[in-house]
Design a protein. Sequence first.
Lengths: 372, 345
Amino acid sequence: MSTTVPVKAPMSGAKKQTPEFVQLLDPDGKRLSDELYDPWVSDVTGDQLASLYEDLIIVRRIDTEATALQRQGELGLWPPLLGQEAAQVGSARTLRPDDFVFSSYRENAVAYCRGVKLPDLVRVWRGTAASGWDPFEIGMATPAVIIGAQTLHATGYAVGCTFDGVDSVSVAYFGDGATSEGDVNEAMVFAASFNAPVIFFCQNNQWAISEPVGLQAQRPIADRAPGFGIPSIRVDGNDVLAVMAATRSALDRARTGGGPTFIEAVTYRRGPHTTSDDPSRYVDPVVAKEWEAKDPIARVEAFLRSEGVLTDELAASIQARADEVAAEFRAGCLALKNPEPLSVFDNVYATEHSGLARQRSQYTAYLEGFDK
Amino acid sequence: MTIETTAAQPAAAPAPAETVTMTYSEAIRDAMRIAMAKDPAVFIMGEDVGTYGGAFGVTGELINEIGPERIRDTTISELGIMGAGVGAAMTGMRPIVEIQFSDFTAQAMDQIANQAAKIHFMLGGAVSVPMVIRAPGGSGTGAAAQHSQSLEAWFVHIPGLKVVMPATADDAKGLLLSAIDDPNPVMVIEHKLLYKTSGEVRTGDIRTPLGVAAVPREGKDLTIIATGVEVSRALEAAEILAADGIEATVVDPRTLKPLDSDTILRTVKATGRVLLVQEAVRTLGFMSEVSAIISESDAFGYLRAPIKRLAGLDIPIPYAPKLERASVPQVEDIVAAATDLVRKW
Ligand SMILES: Cc1ncc(C[n+]2csc(CCOP(=O)(O)OP(=O)(O)O)c2C)c(N)n1
Ligand SMILES: [Mg+2]
C-alpha cells in the first residue's frame, strides 16, 4: 500500500467530541481533518500506520506479559501502561536515533520503540541489576523513579546539544502528577531561558497514584507552558497519528532553533498505578468504561479496516508476532541471572576509593567465612 | 480564623496504662485520631493520604471520620507540602505532614533545613513552627536505592529539629503524640518494615516523652544500642545470645535529638561492652555520635572492649532482595558481633 493516510472531511454537523485537543483519528476510527497538523503526517502511508498498529499491539502484549510475570512472582513490581500505548508509540516512533529520551517508569513502549532488548525492560524489576540498559545504546536514559527529576536532565542534555552544534533533540516524558513538582517547573524556566531543544512530553493519564489530575491543575496542563514562554500542544494521547503530528512539529521547532515545546497527551491509565496498587479504591468505574471506549488501538484498527489495509489475515499475523515477542520476553526475563554479592560495591563511585575498597575487602572476607 | 490550640499545654498525667494489641501503623493512626479529636488545629497533609489511606496505609480510613478538610491530599510536590506546613505552623496550626518515602525529604530540604528548623531562631523566638513531619525510612521492602535510605543523620545534623525513630507500636503512638505537642518541628522517621508489626499499645491520650531512651532488655554482659528496625533485630539477637549464655542489655534511644545520653552511659558503665547497631550507612551515622559520646565520657574508663559498630555498607541500597538484605545489619550479624565482643574481651 502506498496511499497516504487520507483526510476525510468530518461529516457536516459532526462535532469533535473534545474540541480542545488535536485529534486526527476519532475513537470510531474516523479520520478528521486538521489544517495545522495534517501536513505533519501527510506522508504516513497506510502500511506505515499498519506498522504503528503492530507496535501498539506488541507493546500492549508485552505489558500484559509483564503483569503476568509479576503476578507469578517473577518480578518485584511492574508499572502497567495499558491505555497509554498511542501516546508513547506515536511520539517515540518519530524520534531519530541521535535524539535522547529521559523518561519515568511507565514508558516501556517508548523503550521498546527505542530498540531496547526485551529482557532489559525487566532487568531492574526482577532485581537482577541496578540498571536496565546502556543509555547510549538506545538513546534513552534508564527511567527516573523520583517524580519529575528527569525533566531537568533532559533540559541539560538539550543545552549540551546546542553547545555541540548538533540538531539532536531531547525528550522528557513525565506524568500529570509530575507537573506539580518544582523540578518540572524549573526545567521549563531553564529551557525557555536557554532556548533548549527539548520536548516536554506530559502524558496526562488522569491519575497520580490515587490523586486525580484535578488536584494538580485547575486548567488544562498544556495551558501552563505558555506562561513560561514555551509553546504548547494539547493532543489526543489515544490517537497515534495526532501524537505523531504533534511530536513532529515539536521536533521540527527544536531542530531549527525554535527551542522547547510542551505537549500534553491526554490519555488514561486503565490499569493500576503499579502491580501493588488496587485502583478500585478510587477509580469511578463509569469513567473508566468511558475511556475504554476511546481505546488507542481499536480506532486504528477500525480505520485500517475501513481503508482495506488491515485484513483478517494481517491482523492474525500481527497477533501471532505479538505472542512471539511475549514468549521471547518471558524467556529472556526468566533467564536473567542473579547478581553476585560483591557487585553491590560496583559503580558506587566512578573510580574506586579507599574507604569503599576497605569495605569491599572486609565483606569479601566475611563471605569467605561461610565457605569454611 | 483563630483556632484555640490545646496541644501546647502539658499532657494530663495518663491513668495507669490499659493496653490493646495493634500494629505500628494502627498505633500511628490512633495517635493522629486522638490529636485531631482534641485539637482542631491538628491536620494532615500529604500525597495519597486521603481516600487512598497513604502509600503504606497509615492514614487508612481516617478521612471517613475526619473529612477531607483536615486530611488533605496534596499536589505531588514535597517542597510545597513542607513549605505550606511551615506556613500553617507559623500561624498556629499543628500540621502533620506525610512524606511518602523519607527519601523524598530531599525535595523538601530547603523548607526543612533552612526554614522549619531556623525560623524560631531567626525570628528571635517570636514565632515557632510546631510541625510534625512523618516519613517512612529504611530498607527491606525491595524498593531500591531511591526509596530505601536511612537518612536520620541528615536531620539530627540540623539544629532546630527534633528527631524521633519509633521502634515499637506503643512508641510510635506515644512519641507521635509528644511530637504533636512539641512547639518545635519534629521529624518522625517511621520504618516500613515495622508498619505491620504488632505490639501492646496503651489506650487513650498517652505520651512517650521525647528525649527519654527505652531499655527493653537488661543483661550484664554487653550493651547493644540500636535504632529503628535494628531494635527488634537486637532484641531477637539478645534471645539467641541468652541461649548461649550471653546476657545483653538493649537500649533504644527512641529520640535521636535530644538524645538521652544518661541512659546510654549508665548502661554502658554497667556492662563495659558496647555494640552499636544502625541500618544507615556507616560513615558519620548516628552511631558515630553515640560512640563519640561514650568515648568522651567517664564511661570510657569502664570499657573492657573497643566500641563496636554495625552499620549499613556505604552503598546505595540494591534492588535485588538478597543483596539488599546483605547490605544492612541482620540478626545474625548482631549475634556474631556480640559473641565476638564478649568472648574476646
Ligand atoms: C519525588 C517523588 N514524590 C513522590 C513519589 C511517589 N510517587 C510515585 S509515582 C507517583 C505519581 C506520579 O504520577 P504521574 O506523574 O502522573 O505519573 P504516572 O504514575 O501517572 O505515570 C508518586 C506520587 C516519587 N516517586 N517521587
Ligand atoms: Mg499520571
